[in-house]
Write a protein that binds this ligand. Structure first.
Ligand code: DX5
Ligand code: ZN
Length: 222
């Protein structure tokens, strides 16, 4: 079970300190949301920030590209120090070549799916990926409410993984708090992105510990 604090929820004027706070709190991954103002109606940050943070931190950098043209960003984020790079299945025809390119750069390969998109669209790529990111809100903004209708997709992602004996992680992203993390863990998720809930805590270390123990308990009681 991995807890991945999402830097999008941090105060942008203090990104470096906030990223260090997330690491000290025990978040094993740092989730980095890249928004291009086209694939989603918002803009976040780019490779320069990732490159600046990299030498300050030891955590795994989980880069989530919510971008229409990720092909122009793979090299820059790989060089900046991403450990995994995730692209969206909604990009259609170019998904396969994007996944190959990420692998060829020596990075973990992620594929994300938005709430309205049918889970069957990811099926052709399951053998190519290290990470399946099931969006549990419509991407673009932090602080939204979890969409319950995404739970069956998490269950399906987990069922395929078991049936096909594949090693990909099932990551959830959007509206994840202690209660929704538990629901996702019961459905089969093992990697939990959480922005607002974790960064909003005065004691983030206790919050990461609590979320981790909740999801671990749910998974082992299945
Ligand atoms: C949504 C992003 C999320 C977001 C999650 O577009 O992909 O990673 O930061 O934030 P919270 O936990 O605030 O919903
Ligand atoms: Zn994200």
């Amino acid at each position: 079970m991995i807890i991945a604090p999402s830097l999008l929820a941090a105060n942008p004027g203090r990104f470096a300190q906030e990223a260090q706070r997330a690491e000290r709190a025990g978040g094993e991954w740092l989730h980095l949301d890249i928004m291009d103002g086209h694939f989603v109606p918002n803009i976040s940050f780019g490779p320069a920030l990732v490159q600046t943070l990299r030498p300050m931190l030891r955590v795994f950098f989980d880069v989530h590209l919510m971008c229409s043209r990720p092909e122009i960003l793979l090299d820059p984020f790989a060089k900046a120090g991403a450990n995994s790079i995730t692209v969206h299945v909604e990009l259609g025809d170019k998904v396969s070549s994007l996944l190959w390119k990420i692998k060829s750069l020596g990075k973990k390969v992620g594929l994300a799916i938005n709430p309205p998109t049918a889970i069957s669209t990811v099926q052709p790529y399951l053998t190519q990926i290290d990470l399946l990111l099931v969006m549990t809100v419509n991407p673009g903004f932090g602080g939204q409410s979890f969409i319950e209708e995404t739970l069956p997709k998490i269950q399906q992602a987990n069922a395929w993984r078991r049936q096909k004996k594949l090693p990909y992680r099932v990551e959830v992203d959007g509206g994840i708090n202690f209660a929704t993390a538990a629901e996702c863990a019961r459905a089969g998720a093992d990697t939990f992105v959480s922005g607002t809930c974790l960064f909003g805590q005065r004691n983030m270390k206790a919050a990461v510990k609590k979320m981790k123990s909740i999801v671990t308990a749910q998974a082992s009681s299945k």
